[in-house]
Design a protein around this ligand. Structure first.
Ligand SMILES: Cc1ncc(COP(=O)(O)O)c(C=O)c1O
Length: 374
């Protein structure tokens, strides 16, 4: 047995002829940069998300950086985000010489809480970056209320939640990443909508922000060789756009397959008192970028070793909270502020999660986990 966390090969084989043909077409047309597929993908993703503007870029990290550049934030401005996320979210704040203000997360859903955000607001706060971690949305009702009350920008980090729906208590339902002022996502291969390299995208419903973001991604330029602002070079390659155009129509089916695998895991573990299965937030669908357990009084390293011997992969997202990362040593964060994140870093474990898990494989994985506790 060799069960990986992600199985991109089996997924590719199902769309191979279409993908191979499309890639060869881009190559034979030599339309490598800003080709037809890029324009078509922009429109198709905008239609899927029901958002006015999609601006593709080089990766999810660039998307976050570009969003903050387009908002015109200045050095010293504070940006609030989660302590329990991939470093990209907070690294980009620091890179722009803004001040990262990390806050603790909800112990059940792993997601930034509106209460923690509101507590962290100071006169210097300019933006909030809620991270829709592992596939479900933060409470965007409360977060948008806070943003309005304190006049803050909201940049949704939806790198792990593309396709998730947030249903507001006001009655509307919107896609993750289209509720705040700007949404940012990643098309890293293992993401729910992954290409075959590095890419990402930025979404907005605001025409003015669309202009600024479109300029920043392209050297601050609207008219060729006339540069209105300092920008970057961050593009979606046409070959990757071609791949994404083939995969986008499958996104809902891919997310449903992930949800079905999560349901299987939930059922298998429901009577195990050593495991807390992922809690689903009632305002959001869950697209299970990761299926992450909380272990109770379990030697996690021993469990991982046991699973490895059985050929079952597992991973820890994330082993070190951001406030404890060496990269942020100079910031002197108050380490007492993050009890939930600290605990999660010691107790979480993610199991294989992808679009290709069948019931036999899931049975083998769950039996192997449960055997460890016998
Ligand atoms: C929450 C989150 N934000 C941002 C990123 C950055 O995306 P990329 O790897 O495409 O730069 C990731 C990627 O793992 C992520 O998980």
């Amino acid at each position: 047995m060799n069960i990986p966390m992600v199985d991109l090969k089996s997924q590719y084989l199902k769309i191979k002829s279409e993908v191979d043909e499309k890639i060869m077409k881009v190559i034979s047309n030599t339309e490598f940069i800003n080709g037809t597929d890029v324009k078509e993908f922009k429109a198709e993703l905008a239609a899927y998300l029901n958002v006015k503007h999609v601006i593709p870029c080089g990766n999810g990290t660039d998307a976050l950086q570009i969003a903050m550049m387009a908002l015109g934030l200045n050095p010293g401005d504070e940006v609030i985000s989660s302590d329990f996320t991939f470093i990209a979210t907070v690294e980009t704040i620091a890179l722009l010489k803004l001040v990262p203000v990390m806050v603790d997360v909800d112990p059940e859903t792993f997601i930034i809480t509106p209460e923690a955000i509101e507590k962290a607001i100071t006169p210097k706060t300019k933006a909030i970056i809620p991270v829709h971690l592992f596939g479900q949305c933060a409470d965007m009702d409360r977060i948008m209320e806070i943003a309005e009350k304190y006049n803050l920008y909201v940049i949704e980090d939806t790198a792990q939640a593309i396709g998730s729906d947030f249903t507001s208590e006001k009655g509307w339902t919107k896609k993750a990443g289209t509720i705040g002022h700007i949404g940012c996502t990643s098309f890293f291969p293992s993401k729910n909508l992954g290409c075959y390299g590095d890419d990402g995208a930025i979404f907005t419903n605001d025409d003015d922000l669309n202009e600024k973001i479109s300029s920043v991604v392209n050297h601050g330029m609207k008219v060729r060789y006339y540069h209105d602002r300092i920008g970057v070079n961050s593009r979606l390659d046409t070959i990757q756009a071609a791949v994404l155009r083939i995969k986008l129509p499958h996104l809902d089916e891919y997310n449903a397959a992930r949800r079905a695998a999560a349901d299987y895991y939930d059922r298998a573990f429901q009577n195990c008192d050593k495991i807390v299965t992922p809690v689903r937030f009632n305002k959001s669908t869950h697209t299970f970028h990761q299926y992450t357990l909380i272990l109770k009084d379990v030697d996690r390293a021993a469990l991982q070793e046991y699973l490895k011997e059985k050929g079952v992969s597992s991973a820890v997202y994330y082993p070190v909270a951001l406030h404890n990362q060496k990269a942020f040593q100079g910031y002197n964060f108050n380490t007492a502020n993050f009890p939930v994140t600290d605990k999660l870093c010691e107790t979480v474990l993610s199991l294989p999660m992808n679009t290709e898990l069948d019931n036999d494989t899931l049975k083998y994985i769950t039996d192997s986990v449960l055997e460890f506790f016998v």
